[in-house]
Ligand binder design. Structure first.
Ligand SMILES: Cc1cc2nc3c(=O)[nH]c(=O)nc-3n(C[C@H](O)[C@H](O)[C@H](O)COP(=O)(O)OP(=O)(O)OC[C@H]3O[C@@H](n4cnc5c(N)ncnc54)[C@H](O)[C@@H]3O)c2cc1C
Length: 282
């Protein structure tokens, strides 16, 4: 029997979704569509994938739940809904999400689409920075199984991040108190057209001790240097300036071994990290 060439499916459950996907293996998940519609290049009409699996009617993907230790957000929750949760969500996440596009796009754009999508300029997953810094975990699901993966191990740039016919279903974010949060966005326009990104710097203090520090960059790659974090953890506050400067050097060394981001952005990133860490020094 002949089948129509272009179709949009609106499954309302996971079995329906995976059954449509099995029949049309080349079909593409569609959440808010802001990335998919925006990837049409210069053509007047967006070039959408031939077969689309809209995730809009799967209620399980729209849930937000909270326990004492975690916040769980369904992949289909839009960015403005997350921002409107207010103080429940860690500052690093709300600040980053507020920096994505404008309010209209944020009403459509979903957190799942942000994490799984890669923009046409090679960037476009800003939420990966706070998610990685906060040690979030992602639930991925196929017809046969579901699995959890840390945000650090999941990279939308890696074609194998999602297995064939696998979707991101929810995100689990530990709820911890971070005393110091800085988010910095590097716009591609300020970089002579290069791919921009987001840096998140968070630190936790107890009395006069720095108990935890995490710095993550998400842009054309996802970077977190656990070695430099270990160097500062447990140090007294305010930090000795020499330690702060050494921290900058550790990041410089770490970045020198990385192919991305491009050198100009690497230099901007190191300067930002230095100014953040000096904020903890005397
Ligand atoms: C004007 C404008 C400005 C933007 N600015 C920014 C910005 O500053 N920072 C930024 O990070 N992004 C930006 N974007 C890119 C994009 O809008 C966001 O990344 C958005 O969050 C994508 O979400 P979506 O729901 O629209 O994804 P969609 O476009 O629906 O999907 C994006 C990709 O992810 C896949 N996908 C979607 N959901 C899932 C899922 N649950 N499981 C598996 N795969 C899935 C889709 O198949 C597709 O490949 C911008 C876009 C526009 C149009």
């Amino acid at each position: 029997m002949d089948v129509p060439h272009s179709q949009v499916f609106f499954p309302s459950s996971f079995p329906e979704l995976f059954s449509a996907w099995a029949r049309f293996p080349g079909a593409v998940p569609f959440s808010g569509g802001t990335s998919l519609l925006g990837s049409s290049g210069s053509s007047a009409l967006p070039m959408l994938p031939k077969n689309i699996l809209s995730l809009d009617r799967i209620e399980d993907l729209k849930r937000i739940t909270r326990t004492e230790r975690y916040l769980e957000i369904g992949a289909m929750v839009n960015l403005n809904e997350i921002i409107s949760l207010g103080k429940i969500i860690p500052g690093a996440l709300s600040k980053t999400l507020k920096g994505i596009a404008g309010p209209q796009v944020r009403n459509l754009a979903t957190i799942g689409g942000n994490i799984c999508g890669v923009g046409k300029n090679g960037g476009g997953s800003d939420a990966a920075a706070p998610m990685t810094a906060l040690d979030a975990r992602y639930e991925l699901r196929t017809l046969a199984q579901s699995r959890w993966i840390s945000a650090l191990r999941f990279s939308a740039f890696d074609a194998s991040a999602l297995a064939p016919q696998e979707i991101l279903t929810r995100i689990r974010i530990p709820l911890e108190h971070w005393n110091y949060t800085v988010c910095r966005k590097f716009h591609s326009g300020d970089l002579g057209g290069g791919t921009g990104g987001v840096m998140v710097f968070i630190a936790k203090t107890e009395k006069n001790l720095l108990t935890d520090i995490r710095v993550v960059f998400a842009g054309a790659c996802l970077l977190r240097d656990k070695n430099s974090e270990a160097f500062l953890e447990g140090r007294k506050l305010p930090l000795d300036r020499k330690d702060a400067v050494h921290y900058r050097e550790l990041w410089e060394n770490y970045l020198s071994g990385m192919a991305k981001p491009e050198p100009f952005l690497k230099a901007k990133l190191v300067n930002s990290i230095e100014s953040c860490v000096l904020g903890l020094a005397d």
